[in-house]
Design a protein around this ligand. Sequence first.
Ligand SMILES: [Zn+2]
Length: 206
Amino acid sequence: MNPTSLFTVALGLQAPWGVADVAFDRPAGRIDFQVAFTPGARFACPHCGAEHQPVHDTQEREWRHLNFFQFEAYIHAKVPRVRCEACAKTTQIAVPWARANSGFTQLMEALIVTLCQAMPIRQVAQLLGVGDMRLGRTLDYYGLCYVLCGQGVRSLWFPGDPGPASPPRWQRGSMLGAGGLRVDKAWMSQATVGTSRGQLAWVSGC
Ligand SMILES: [Zn+2]
């Protein structure tokens, strides 16, 4: 099995998608996979579902994937738009490894959501080498409630989860700290009392 076939299997890709090229940059600490569809492949129209529509054009995209050991991994692909013969619309297809409008693969998003429930968001951002605002957009999509701020607070819950018995205590003027905390209206007012608005960098959910 050659490296591209090996990585096609490792990434869980299926026809017509496969790894066409692998670039390993050791000094930069990254591995880049060029993923491509078989030339001449046809795709279902995302708009009306008509099968076997021809590719109209492609758009180059990049997604951050799970690290391969200490190396950051990226998937690159030319994502096709199909021009549908049934509904006459031109629409970009969904790739099997990522949801629309995400710069992360689905596996990477699963890791982010898991880590952010156990660690401060800023720590996760440092660990993965990803900006915390980008992490926040993923948490937004999955409906997680959190506050992104200076340093320290680390809890994060899904809406509807009970959360801790009592909310964390803050003193006026203290730093709230990095990470997520559950935000409902009562907690939000405490957070606002406990710190300056400037430290509450980003509030989401609930
Ligand atoms: Zn169509």
